[in-house]
Design a protein around this ligand. Sequence first.
Ligand code: ZN
Length: 347
Amino acid sequence: MTTGHLLYRERMYDFEERLTEHVSLERASRLQTVRRILAANEQFIEINEPFMVRAWPSLVLYTTAARVSRSVLRKRFQLTTYAIEKNSPILPIRDLFPIPPSWVKFFVRSICAYLIKPVDRIAFGTPGAASNYRLLVPKLLSHMDVTEALELPTPCTCHGPAKKANLLFVGEFSDRKGIRQAMRLWDEVWDRADITFTIIGQGPLLDFVVAWSKSHSNVQVVVDPPRDEIHTHLRRASTLVLLSQSTPRWREQIGLPIMEGLAHGCEIIATDQTGYAEWLSENGHTVVPQDVDYKRLAEVMLDKIRTPRPAAQIVGTLPLTSSRHDFDRWMNSARTHNDPEATAAGR
Ligand SMILES: [Zn+2]
């Protein structure tokens, strides 16, 4: 993407040092980041999306710094953000604070307005995220440059083994990522010799997953392997399962494993909580509600594992250029009054 300097505060469990070798990045506290924003002479500054509730303490500080930089230090820059949050920020706040609903709504609207007002450009990576924002802050969006498209992956160029009758789960071993649901699905079919289940990842339910795998045949658990090994598994798997489970505080935005599965020509089995739900249904994949009938889904799954569509056919539904790169180029391009791209993209 556009060359820049990345400031981050915390590392996720899947942070991979090796991939950051050619990236200019720096671990910084909130106050250090505020200082960097005030001192910056950049043309573009990108922040986390305003509906990311757990980033609100940071975002309040960063957008305040951006306001001060503009009004007091007289600096000129474009403040941009990339948004894929489908969960209304009202839900986690209502879950956290037992206060009357009308107060929650007022509080959430006020915070969101404060965070969004200084933003010049917002790019929506899924239609679900765009409608989520439009529902809560429609007027604010009409005052800024907005673009939206579905952020699909491009086909992966790696080489690896041919497809086998293999079901794959990749991701965090946690309730929200539906690992229990994936295991329950396998409980329905596990006594068949011609199919295998590979579970890759790590997380709070690791011991539970490992214990369960020992009592089932044809199950392999791989804990936190390197990226190239994950790609080999994605190449071999005929079907990828990610049955994400929403809570008031969290809803699947897209699901990185789904993107990676598609990039390797896997059939996808997902819940309707992903931002891809509509696209997956339209493109021959399996999308089910969270409280699915496991017996019926197991039949569909067996069929997908044993007789998947050719990988090339699934990969053929993907774009050849990355929409995330297109978004990034747009977010980091100069804003002029007669900018045809901005006009075309702005709604
Ligand atoms: Zn690959």
